[in-house]
Design a protein around this ligand. Structure first.
Ligand SMILES: C[S@@+](CC[C@H](N)C(=O)[O-])C[C@H]1O[C@@H](n2cnc3c(N)ncnc32)[C@H](O)[C@@H]1O
Length: 266
């Protein structure tokens, strides 16, 4: 069950009170300090922002209706199997603030092999693509009519380094990992339930390296997602995790002597 608006507000308040300030002072971790100062707080305006945001604006006004398959943990906004593109752009796409953060992560660490679970209209995919035009992005989407629009959007923005895989993650993730055996960066943004989220994490594990970063969406969206996040950060291979409330970031760097957990205001 998704948290009610009141529960979600209480969760956010708790996070905000406990989270470290956004300057990075007192983090005692060079990796996290660098992440906060160079990536989180990079306030440059990149060309990619000017490319993707007009598309978001356009999609938010697009009232064409799409039929969408339900993969389980539906949307918080509606249970209907028909939704307008405008509603998807407003409710399902990661916000500009977080999509641009993912862009900066891929750009700063120069990631090449990038995977996204949950393409939706492709707005965040576009940011991942523009963050490293020499990289390769595999993005997976189960809802066919949504995937059609994403592909149109990639053409509109002239993005040529994206492979969109259609179908349920349960089937398509394993075959996608055969095509991309080493993952630098993955954004897990679909099927927000405990069991599948943990299963996808376990499938990804053998494909990660010391510098890989995984980002999980909506880690405080429901009790199930909070339980999944708790188990993921407790996994022996995870050496550092950063909770930004709306997303959770995990790193596998072996140079950390002991596991470090951070909560940072963003
Ligand atoms: C929250 S949206 C992704 C938003 C996108 N990453 C962005 O930031 O614009 C989640 C997407 O995942 C897809 N999805 C959810 N569960 C899935 C599954 N088990 N297999 C394939 N696609 C799935 C949904 O159809 C939906 O389009």
């Amino acid at each position: 069950m998704v948290y009610s608006p009141l529960q979600a507000a209480a969760k956010y308040f708790k996070y905000y009170i406990h989270a470290a300030n956004s300057k990075g002072h007192g983090t005692h971790s060079p990796f996290v300090f660098e992440f906060i100062t160079k990536v989180l707080n990079d306030f440059n305006t990149y060309d990619a922002y000017q490319k993707v945001e007009p598309l978001r604006k356009q999609l938010k006004k697009d009232n064409r209706e799409l039929t969408i398959q339900d993969f389980g943990a539906g949307s918080a906004a509606t249970d209907s199997d028909k939704r307008t593109i405008a509603s998807i752009a407003r409710n399902a796409a990661k916000s500009k603030k977080f999509a641009q953060l993912l862009f900066r992560i891929v750009k700063y660490y120069q990631f090449t092999n990038i995977l996204e679970l949950g393409t939706s209209l492709g707005l965040t995919t576009a940011y991942l693509s523009l963050a490293n035009t020499d990289g390769k992005i595999i993005t997976i989407e189960g809802a066919d009519e949504v995937a059609d629009i994403a592909e149109q959007n990639f053409r509109q923005l002239n993005l040529n380094n994206i492979v969109l895989v259609r179908g349920n993650f349960d089937k398509t993730l394993a075959t996608s990992l055969q095509k991309m055996p080493l993952i630098d960066f993955a954004f897990i943004d679909g099927n927000h339930r405990k069991e599948p989220t943990e299963r996808y994490f376990n499938l990804l594990l053998p494909h990660l390296h010391n510098g890989s970063i995984l980002v999980f969406d909506d880690i405080h969206w429901s009790a199930e997602m909070e339980a999944a996040w708790k188990n993921i950060v407790a996994h022996e291979s995870v050496t550092c995790d950063i909770d930004l409330f709306y997303i959770g970031i995990v790193s596998f760097k072996k140079e950390f002597k002991e596991k470090r957990t951070f909560s940072v205001r963003f």
